[in-house]
Design a protein around this ligand. Structure first.
Ligand SMILES: [Zn+2]
Length: 568
């Protein structure tokens, strides 16, 4: 999972848990939380059920043991260890007899990447309508990247304040009001208009419109040359340090395929306040104005002048793709997809001590599950009607880049992919009694997810902090963006033989001591029972989605409904 992306450690009481205790049956084998066999086998054909039952915690362990080995040097994107991991996964796919779904009949899909570092020669100055120019200090006052991936570029443009910078027809919201912003620099707020109404930008929950990535993309689509995001801690939900840290050093992008900003930047709140004051306006009032549907863009009579100087480095990595052809003549050109990222943070040769980011939990576990699913599907004596795509994606830690590329270049058109199920950081903590499927409730598939969870005796744990927008920070989101109904499957906090507090404590310790650190390593005492349960659960869901007569869709009014319609 990406940084600032950890599942939260906040407690949500779950009434459902008490139901689970009563569901426990005497016939449950000690090793795994057994599904209600009868119920599941009614839903799945017997060949599928038998194949599902071969999914084993020990198989997943073997993959994690290898992928998290020091010899793989943390599976860095564009590094040798990452390439070895890709080759290992491709070899497994071949062994299972799966068809290659990458470039030119291979299992590998090349993902062209560009690393951009903003260099100290960069100049960034604001010219308020009145008063002296403001020569800003990098990292302290502002951060900026040139998304056009050029070594040098210049901007000298008028600044227009566009409120939240959102155009969302499904909420009858348009901050641009048709204004021509080509060649302009747009000053805007992060997050989205505040509301408790679940029908308006999902109430307190963050939608994609609230994320800064959307704001950059929308501005570029409209022809703007730059964006200045205003950082106010409560609106961003993180301090300036986070902006500063994630905007210094090299940043990776997919090689340019569409419009991009010459200046994608953030400034400190006080900087923006001063700039706006130079136009005789008050920033606090402008922020209030922006929460109204009647808001219109405000031309500030101010200018941004930048000279961006960047180091641009081209490199590449690969997604690993395989396909199991469907058995139904009419459905086989459609698919269900499974995804898991195989990359992690690599090796830091100059760091003293242990400098290998093994990424055992994040995300050798997801790869182990993906491979075990691939093996089980291949071994089934009968195959589902739709084809099944298995995708181990790269560059997740760089900003979901491998999956973004896959979403734009899928082996089967996005509009024909019924569902994507993603696995990211499924910790080996024992027999899981809960499952997290945040986002599933947004799809038409949710009734089946609920029924299947019940049959597997897994309580669905709701997202504890929807306002943090975790849905937008793992690879399934790249698929949602191109319209594919998608979500991640993970364990909750309740494990067999432990109370919820134990699960929460494990989560907290992992977040503080091991998440994105060299100590996220494989240990033989790890228990992959829960990983196996998540794989079986996902197997049953995927098989069902691959067999329905109709494709899964998004619920009416969902923010991804339009993308789905466009793709079909
Ligand atoms: Zn991660």
């Amino acid at each position: 999972m990406q940084a600032i992306a950890r599942r939260s450690v906040f407690v949500v009481p779950l009434a459902v848990l008490s139901l689970m205790a009563s569901a426990e049956s005497g016939a449950v084998p000690a090793a795994a939380p057994a599904p209600n066999r009868e119920a599941v086998s009614v839903r799945l054909p017997s060949e599928a059920f038998s194949a599902m039952e071969t999914i084993s915690p020990e198989h997943i362990r073997w993959h994690v043991r290898f992928l998290a080995h020091d010899l793989l040097e943390g599976r860095g994107t564009g590094q040798r260890g990452g390439d070895i991991a890709a080759e290992y996964i491709a070899t497994q796919f071949a062994e299972y007899g799966l068809k290659p779904a990458g470039d030119n009949g291979s299992y590998l899909q090349k993902v062209p990447l560009v690393g951009v570092t903003t260099l100290p020669d960069t100049q960034f100055a604001l010219f308020p309508k009145q008063g002296p120019s403001m020569d800003l200090k990098p990292l302290d006052d502002y951060v900026a990247y040139d998304q056009t991936q050029q070594p040098q570029s210049d901007v000298d443009a008028d600044i227009v304040y566009v409120g939240y910078g959102i155009e969302a027809p499904e909420y009858n919201w348009d901050d641009y009001k048709g204004m021509d912003v080509r060649g302009k620099v747009l000053l805007m707020l992060v997050n989205e208009p505040p509301s408790d109404d679940p029908k308006f930008f999902k109430g307190k929950a963050l939608t994609y419109y609230g994320r800064w990535t959307y704001k950059y993309e929308e501005a570029a689509r409209k022809g703007a040359v730059g964006v200045i995001l205003i950082h106010r801690e409560d609106m961003a939900s993180y301090p300036w340090e986070v902006v500063r840290n994630s905007n210094s050093g090299e940043k990776s992008f997919l090689k340019l395929e569409g419009p991009a900003l010459k200046v994608a930047s953030w400034v400190q709140f006080d900087v923006a306040k001063k700039l706006v004051a130079g136009s005789g306006a008050d920033l606090d009032k402008l922020i209030t104005d922006a929460s109204s549907r009647d808001f219109h863009p405000v031309t500030l009579g101010a200018k941004l002048r930048t000279h961006m100087v960047s180091k641009v480095r081209n490199f590449e990595s690969n997604n690993v793709l395989a396909i199991l052809p469907g058995s139904n003549r009419n459905l086989k050109d459609q698919a269900v997809m499974y995804t898991a990222h195989y990359d992690h943070l690599g090796i830091r040769p100059n760091m003293p001590g242990d400098n290998i980011y093994n990424g055992a939990a994040d995300n050798a576990t997801g790869c182990g599950i993906l491979l075990e699913l691939a093996r089980a599907y291949s071994a089934a004596k009968e195959h589902p009607g739709r084809s099944i795509i298995f995708a181990a994606v790269t560059a997740e830690e760089q900003g979901l880049l491998g999956s973004e590329y896959l979403g734009k270049h899928p082996p089967i058109p996005a509009g024909k992919i019924a569902l994507d199920l993603n696995y990211d950081d499924v910790r080996p903590l024992g027999a899981a009694e809960e499952v997290e499927v945040s986002g599933a409730e947004r799809t038409t598939f949710y009734p089946w997810v609920q029924a299947t969870a019940k049959e597997f005796r897994l309580a669905i744990r709701p997202d504890a902090r929807p306002e943090a927008g975790h849905f937008y920070r793992s690879d399934h989101f790249s698929m949602a963006r191109v319209g594919i109904p998608s979500f991640s499957i993970n364990e909750g906090m309740k494990f067999k033989g432990h109370d919820e507090a134990w699960g929460l404590a494990q989560d907290k310790e992992y977040t503080e001591k091991h998440y994105h650190q060299p100590s996220d390593e494989y240990h033989p005492e790890m228990d992959f029972t829960g990983d196996s349960a998540m794989a079986r659960f996902g197997f049953a869901l995927g098989w069902e989605a691959a067999s329905f007569s109709k494709l899964v869709g998004w619920q009416k009014g969902d923010e991804f409904e339009a993308a789905r319609a466009k793709s079909q």
